[in-house]
Design a protein around this ligand. Structure first.
Ligand SMILES: [Zn+2]
Length: 365
């Protein structure tokens, strides 16, 4: 509309590339990382920046010892945006992507149409196993407190935990043999592991690290399939008909459960008492009373937690969004709703409802 928006240019710094390291993630994807001479950028010292994948290294044409432009922009993780080719040494050689896994030495594979190189040694490559362990214990998965990146690596290195199911047979004596763990932390971990048996089925599905199955997909699967045995025996065609699950995710699930290692992990988790089916409660409350309605939640509630309200909205066919817009149907407001949100809702004429009104809407007094 003939208006002009001014933005600050992202801060940019020039620094020398020390070397490129190749890191193996939980799913086996290899990420190249530029290790840099430390440089000050937007108030923090930057030493590392992701190069994302092989295509980016190639398109930037990065050479050994190059001077690189680093930007922070709106993101937290800095990125390399360019190369100062004028300062390049004449004898510098281009940075080459590895063709073997830097951890286990397996030849890397690349899926058709994807930029990422992957180490196919899923069950023998330590950073992948440790990565899955770290994912499994995460707050939004099994929520096992006290096991972070370092303890995950220690548990694996000590041989105490070779896969996620081993967590459930850990003892106090075993845990306290780890250098980093004292009496209190060990007890805390054991307590958290015990509590994790109650974590709902949808989060267990997410925690398993099935490729392409994220938090939302795991929820949809749990609600529609409801039971691990059914999930493990479901043909791809049937899985693909679940909302948000396309053929690619369906194939990935079938492939995952075709692997004897994974079936045995599921079996051991079940024996350990981990939840392997959806509870009757969630089935009972599922309705389409809020069909297509969009909600924004704000403030502090007394009758349920914020996460439970989000859950209730989804279970009854509604949608959650983060910010108020013309498309918002209701703001579900608790105590201490932010004044900016209040003002915005009023300005756009979005109705603000309290928790009692909301619970009446879904037929729960
Ligand atoms: Zn590997």
């Amino acid at each position: 509309r003939w208006a002009i928006a001014y933005k600050f240019q992202a801060e940019r710094a020039l620094t020398r590339l020390r070397f490129v390291s190749f890191e193996v993630g939980r799913t086996g994807v290899i990420t190249p990382v530029a290790n840099l001479e430390p440089v000050l950028l937007s108030g923090t010292i930057v030493k590392r920046a992701s190069l994302h994948n092989a295509d980016i290294i190639q398109s930037l044409d990065i050479h050994q010892d190059d001077m690189l432009y680093v930007e922070k922009g709106g993101e937290i993780i800095p990125k390399i945006t360019g190369v100062d080719t004028d300062s390049r040494r004449p004898d510098a050689t281009p940075v080459e992507f590895v063709d073997r896994c830097p951890s286990c030495g397996s030849p890397l594979t690349r899926l058709e149409g994807e930029a990422a190189w992957v180490c196919p040694n899923k069950y023998g490559c330590s950073p992948q196993i440790i990565g899955r362990l770290e994912h499994f214990v995460g707050r939004r998965m099994m929520n096992i407190d006290g096991i972070g990146e370092e303890i995950s690596a220690d548990l694996f290195a000590s041989g105490l935990v070779k896969d996620i199911a081993d967590l459930y047979s850990l003892t106090y004596e075993q845990l306290t043999t780890l250098e980093r763990l004292g009496h209190k932390s060990a007890l805390n971990i054991l307590h958290s592991i015990d509590e994790s048996r109650k974590v709902p089925f949808e989060r267990v599905i997410y925690a398993l690290s099935i490729p392409y199955v994220g938090e939302t997909i795991a929820k949809k699967i749990a609600r529609s399939v409801r039971d691990i045995d059914r999930l493990m025996s479901m043909p791809a065609g049937e899985l693909a008909s679940i909302e948000n699950v396309g053929p690619r995710i369906a194939d990935s699930i079938v492939e995952f459960f075709a692997e004897p290692v994974n079936r045995s992990i599921v079996e051991r988790l079940r024996q350990a008492g981990v939840t392997m089916s959806a509870s009757e409660d969630t089935a009972g409350t599922q309705t389409d009373l809020l069909n297509g309605k969009t909600f924004v939640i704000s403030g502090v509630f007394t009758r349920h937690s914020r996460d439970q309200y989000k859950e209730l909205i989804e279970l009854n066919g509604g949608k959650n969004t983060g910010s108020i817009s013309k498309k918002t149907d209701f703001v579900l407001a608790g105590e201490n709703m932010g004044p900016a949100k209040l003002e915005k809702a009023a300005k756009l004429g979005v109705p603000i409802i309290d928790e009692d009104t909301f619970l009446r809407m879904i037929g729960q007094e």
